[in-house]
Design a protein around this ligand. Structure first.
Ligand SMILES: Nc1ncnc2c1ncn2[C@@H]1O[C@H](COP(=O)(O)OP(=O)(O)O)[C@@H](O)[C@H]1O
Ligand SMILES: CC(=O)N[C@@H](CCC(=O)OP(=O)(O)O)C(=O)O
Length: 290
């Protein structure tokens, strides 16, 4: 017990400079369906987010829920296909996507954050027209590409000490249609509009790996481009790094691709010297706190 206390005190004193650096920072966290896992993993994630808020960070959670959408579509016997990592979304599918993401998944995260002593409010891209979309590609149906972001509602929630939890469902330009947005894309668009200090993309690998399988801890946008051109970055990692480059272009200071399966992944990234995962950093903005 005593030893635990000393270890905790040492950890806190080591974390202090980082805590100070992040006071007032905006950190957007993409929490994917595969990273959600069981109730313990969900509580662990919620504890990290609540702690961030308690030390003065403004976190925004943008979630996915692909496996949960697959499960309900399967029960309803609705077939589903992906093209270039995005779900082909017809009228019946978008109805299910909205129900699952803005209903079950969004509220499970809100409940977990409340359970850990935070205050959270769930919303989708429809609320206060947070994310207005255009069709991404006629082949994909109701898949949205964010074209207009109205982030005032997020600023209002920050001021009230409330953690926004955003489901990646958007409204059409006519204010009538519903669009399914890839979770990474939605998180990147929100981070870009907020000019966030950090965008954390939680995934199921330790970070971006080189040809020998080693995680590359620091990358510039041009490193990412060359690793994509030579095929080192492939598959599901492509939409993540593309999101990262776009977000940095829009004024995000740094994007980190980290392993969401690791306990305290977000805190380890923000509040330790070496962080974790792969940091893709803007070359035109100074590091946070300098
Ligand atoms: N260079 C790379 N480094 C790490 N992972 C890579 C790389 N290239 C391709 N990948 C693949 O990208 C996957 C992550 O993308 P994805 O499965 O879509 O993640 P998520 O489900 O978390 O959104 C990894 O599991 C890995 O198989
Ligand atoms: C257009 C598109 O593909 N939308 C995703 C939205 C959910 C998501 O992104 O979930 P994960 O982060 O868990 O993969 C989908 O329908 O699965």
């Amino acid at each position: 017990m005593n030893r635990d206390w000393i270890a905790t005190a040492r950890t806190l004193s080591e974390a202090l400079p980082y805590l100070q650096r992040y006071t007032g920072a905006v950190v957007v966290v993409k929490f994917g369906g595969n990273a959600m896992g069981d109730d313990e993993a969900m509580s662990q994630f919620a504890r990290d987010i609540v702690l961030m808020r308690q030390v003065g960070v403004n976190p925004v959670v943008v979630h996915g829920g692909g496996p949960m959408i697959n499960e309900l579509l399967g029960r309803l016997n609705i077939e589903s296909n992906f093209v270039r990592g995005k779900r082909v979304t017809d009228a019946a599918t978008v109805e299910v996507v909205e129900m699952v993401l803005t209903g079950r998944v969004n509220k499970r995260i809100v409940q977990a954050i409340m359970g850990e002593g935070g205050r959270a409010v769930g919303l989708s891209g429809k609320d206060d027209n947070l994310i207005v979309c255009e069709p991404d590609d006629p082949e994909l149906g109701f898949v949205g590409r964010p074209t207009e972001l109205n982030v005032q509602v997020l600023q209002d929630l920050f001021s009230a000490g409330i953690i926004p939890v955003v489901a990646p469902v958007g409204t059409g330009p006519d204010g009538v249609d519903t669009y399914n947005i890839n979770g990474d894309t939605a998180a990147g668009a929100i981070a870009g509009a907020l000019k966030a200090d950090r965008l954390l993309l939680l995934t199921d690998v330790e970070g971006v790996k080189d040809t020998s399988g080693k995680v590359v801890t620091e990358m510039t946008p041009s490193d990412v481009r060359s690793m994509t051109d030579d095929g080192t970055i492939a598959g599901g990692m492509i939409p993540k790094t593309e999101t990262a480059l776009k977000a940095i272009d829009q004024g995000v200071r740094g994007v980190v691709i980290i392993d969401g399966r690791v306990a305290n992944a977000c805190l380890l990234e923000l509040f330790t010297e070496h962080g974790s995962g792969s940091m893709i950093r803007s070359t035109s903005l100074p590091p946070l706190g300098e």
